[in-house]
Design a protein around this ligand. Sequence first.
Ligand code: PRX
Length: 647
Amino acid sequence: MADETIEALLLEQRKFPPSAAFKKNALVVGTHLYDEANADYEAFWSRQAEELVSWSTPWSQTCDWNLPFSKWFVGGTLNVAYNCLDRHVEAGRGNKVAIHWEGEPGDTRTITYAELLSEVERFSNVLRGLGVVRGDRINIYLPMIPEAVVAMLACARIGAAHSVVFGGFSSQALADRINDASAKVLITADGGWRRGDVFPLKPQADEAVASTPSIEHVVVVKRGNNDVSMKAGRDHWYHELMATADPKCAAEPMDSEQLLFLLYTSGTTGKPKGIMHTTGGYLTHVTYTHKYVFDLHPETDVYWCTADVGWVTGHSYIVYGPLSNGATQVIYEGVPNFPGNDRLWSIIAKYGVTIFYTAPTAIRTFMKWGTQEPAKHDLSSLRVIGSVGEPINPEAWMWYHEHIGRGNCPIVDTWWQTETGGIMISPLPGATTTKPGSATFALPGVGAEVVDEAGNTVTKGGGYLTLTNPWPGMLRGIWGDPERYKETYWSRFPGRYFAGDGAKLDDDGYLWLLGRVDDVMNVSGHRISTTEVESALVSHPSVAEAAVVGANDATTGQAIIAYVTLRGGAEVNETDLRNHVAKEIGAIAKPKTIYFTPDLPKTRSGKIMRRLLRDVAEGRNLGDTTTLADASVVTELQNRAAQSSED
Ligand code: PRX
């Protein structure tokens, strides 16, 4: 055991096969897609591209693989906005609702495919009027309002690449991203609604633009009605430009490898990386995965992904995947606890949501808030529920299954990254028997293997997750830095894409994600995954959420330090909880110290910042805290750590 790359400690035996009722109408029930893709993955992707995407000219080569650079559907041309809008309208589905939008204060908008198309055509002309041409970069810094979708699709329509920056990011983060991409236009809003108040965006945008020489124009959507200053000649109101814009804008064919967007993701070190995604391969990947992973029946389903368009999940599974598939979806502007902790469940009941996609961090928060919140609403419309962003602890999975899925919705735990563009590892809901906490298997068309330190394939036990074949949605590089692209993803294991995640394979060949390998702990020579200890803690009935880090220890190399948040009203003492972990996964994984805390430090996308917790545990000064969602959480933890060392 001790020489395993990462030890596999947690044993999860529960299994959930798809029900007969679900299988009856499911798009995929058997193994035929896997069989087809295993025989020839390129031919498989080629068939998906042909069936699911409309092309202006066919491609001459499916994949040009010049490791680590790939091109897909080489020579083919298409327009992404045409695929997301025009083709549905042309097919007579113009009156189908594309977006049920719900503002945080309770205002709503219903937007059909025909209406969305018309808005996008106008805005495409607005951008052209501001001098935007094919190949330019456009920054988008907006709340979760329909104009965010319009802006992205308008860029795609005219061949400009968008770079969306999450509305919660600071002016400095925005300026850095604008400058890295040399963007010409910034699209923002006066403000948006969050937790009952207007949060201003335009003032931040003004501050950013003061140091971004490439920005020529700023377009401002009126949403918050907060006071803003407009600089003559540079700043323009969206509604004023739209009122005079030409209503028709033809969708021009783009090369399959035309840059569709940049999305910045922070690495462990250095400046954020501008991840590059292109047109034909990306659209094929997200359309295919959105259809099959969620078992989408566009005529009857109402889909809802709770992500923000500032993250890749919002790009792939709010904008491009769902709209390309002609889905009807819900988009919600605000936070899940305004005006009450049951807002999301009330939205599901209101719109009859059938497919719901959210993140483990949200699920664990719902656990803290208690089962009475979802119980207030009729969730019987739901039929598939999904998870993305972090490993989902088995007990959080079970809670999701019981209290949101009411025991009869398949759960799709989808592993992927900003870099992969679309989902890579996930169950297919009508075909896969799930196990709580496992993302199960690579999707048809995707090659994933676990390897050890030396790069040898592991068939059972823990190691590093690698991808073995190119895939259509893969990043095409890091903007302006091809060397960093090679170095970051392709140098650790020659010939393989290394994702940075640990994973294990169980006896049945199921994949279990073990978290980022930077987070793996080394306790007395045992490599232990933070995810498994966290899952053991969360399996205690009193615990809602846990974060575990390894802190330097004179005796054991590293010692396990746990930060634990309890479920509403629950109590447990430290010794009992340490013993619970020993019982679940073994004495080696028992935390040395457990701190109880009402909150954990998280990034704005909801990922636990273990690096900060390590700093706290080791009594260091904190490094960069700018990506932290709520900085007061860490100060509180530091105070507690200082107190306990005085005790
Ligand atoms: O560590 C994995 C984790 O999130 C990372 C990618 O983060 P990001 O680029 O922000 O994209 C998030 C949305 C796709 C991965 O390297 N991750 C994502 N999904 C899962 C996951 N870890 C475990 N299980 C998942 N389902």
